[in-house]
Design a protein around this ligand. Sequence first.
Ligand code: CA
Length: 343
Amino acid sequence: MQHRNALKCIGATLLSLYGADVLAAEASGKRPNILFCIADDASWMSMSAYGCTYVRTPSFDRLAREGILFRNCFTTNPKCSPSRATLLLEELGELDNTLIVATADNGMPFPRVKGQVYDDDFHLPLAIRWGRASKGGRVVGDFISFSDMAPTFLEAAGLSPLAEMTGRSFLQVLIASGSGQIDPRRDRIIVGKERHDIGRPGDVGYPVRAIRTRQYLYVRNFKPDRWPAGNPETGYTNVDDSPTKRLLLEQHDTGNDRYYKLSTGKRPAEELYDLAKDPHCMENLAGDAKLAQIKTQLWEEMRAVLVAQKDPRILGNGAIFDSYQYVGPKGHSWDAVMGKKQP
Ligand SMILES: [Ca+2]
């Protein structure tokens, strides 16, 4: 399995954060090391600790068993290129003084998953072990956003979050003793994306913002006239090549378009999914009159958060995101792809 390989190649960065006297230091009598391990393209349900039966993830499962298994961790932007280094732990005698975090950067590289704002992509595995400072064997339902990681690490090191940080430290969740919901305010998160990949005329992005609560995912697509996975002429460069992608394209050639359209087709401005009934976000309920009030509430709540964060997309200046120079590889750019097609 690709996920098993990804986990073998798990990247880890060891950060020794030296600060003032700290809560963690008080708990353990020593300043903590922080070990952040991030797997590539691993959906949360691909970890055996969450019940997956076809992939074995013994290292992740050990952390979950000896530490805390989080059931609701989400990245704020479901595609990224974290740097990776490897340094591992236990032989140094520092295990109990190390805050070990194991997670992933985004979901599996399948159509309608990686890079798309649906649960299978931005809902991530998370297990944290922190020696004597945090009671093990717990399963926690609090919503944790990736933007909460840095404030948490800073607080563990006795430092204050930076003013620009929008995340909130979940240190209190780590040092609590119970399972279930620890902080009742942690019950929703905001997700968004702009330009992940290129492959549209002018190499513009596909702007999306979404709010995820315990039951619902509400998605606002700000440019529904654009192709979410790249233009058809480019071969949908925002979808990683795979047997699944090739099957979708073959099915499309034979007139079987359901999954092809779900993965690559244009999307309406609004999407609403009932995750209790539809965890893979396959049935858009945005047009359901019975859910109109819920949809409006979710939009208003998300809009208020984004206004408070001064998000240019919500303040009417979203074009600025497409004006930034694209500094990544240009092989998928509109000009490069279309240029190759010219005789
Ligand atoms: Ca990745």
